[in-house]
Design a protein around this ligand. Structure first.
Ligand code: F6R
Ligand code: MN
Length: 190
């Protein structure tokens, strides 16, 4: 018989985005993002360290069962690769019935969402609350000069499909204009 879930508590720091204690913590570095950045196609990645830390994810260790929910925090560092801002890989949930709630605590950026052909780009700033419905992929992008801190809650049985987005992207990219202002640019399906 499955072990029953046990109540959990942790401390969540809204300034740093850190959760303590945290049983599931991961760091994503440039070397983990092969195939995601436009710069790769332009051979502009060679000059950037693969060890460069792009973002961190903290999650409580909740069993992946129906009805359970995962509290999660994402901290995206400021910066850009070529002219494309630091961003998460982005994914669909494998379970097409799993939505997600995002709440921005610190920094500025954008949340890209995609449901097949339809794309929505929402600005993120402290206090902005976002609902990514079931069936919509999501990616967060940091366009500011400080950490972008986001708190999220999603169904524990969501699962993650990274392959579709890696292949198709979001149809939009967030790039730094020559004046330093973020721009949303169209990108046709690849
Ligand atoms: C979980 C979720 C977020 C992301 C996190 C990192 O379903 O949407 O917690 O996991 O922002 O992004 P990815 O997982 O796309 O690397
Ligand atoms: Mn998700």
């Amino acid at each position: 018989m499955d072990k029953l879930p046990h109540p959990l508590a942790a401390f969540f720091d809204p300034l740093t985005g850190a959760m303590t204690p945290c049983d599931r913590y991961r760091q994503v570095r440039l070397g983990d993002m092969r195939g995601y950045y436009l710069a790769e196609r332009q051979d502009a990645l060679a000059t950037v360290e693969p060890d460069l830390l792009l973002y961190e994810v903290y999650e409580l260790d909740v069993p992946a069962k129906d009805g359970e929910m995962i509290p999660c925090s994402t901290v995206i560092k400021p910066g850009h690769i070529g002219d494309e801002y630091f961003m998460t890989k982005g994914h669909y949930h494998r379970n097409g019935g799993a939505a997600e709630i995002y709440y921005c605590l610190r920094g500025e950026g954008f949340l890209l969402m995609r449901n097949g052909y339809e794309v929505v780009v929402e600005p993120m700033k402290p206090g902005s609350l976002h609902y990514s419905p079931a069936g919509w992929a999501h990616r967060s992008v940091n366009t500011g000069d400080a950490d972008l801190v986001i708190f999220a809650i999603y169904p524990a049985n969501a699962g993650h499909d990274y392959g579709t987005i890696k292949e198709k992207g979001f149809g939009r990219r967030i790039v730094r204009g020559t004046d330093g202002i973020p721009m949303i640019v169209d990108e046709p399906d690849v």
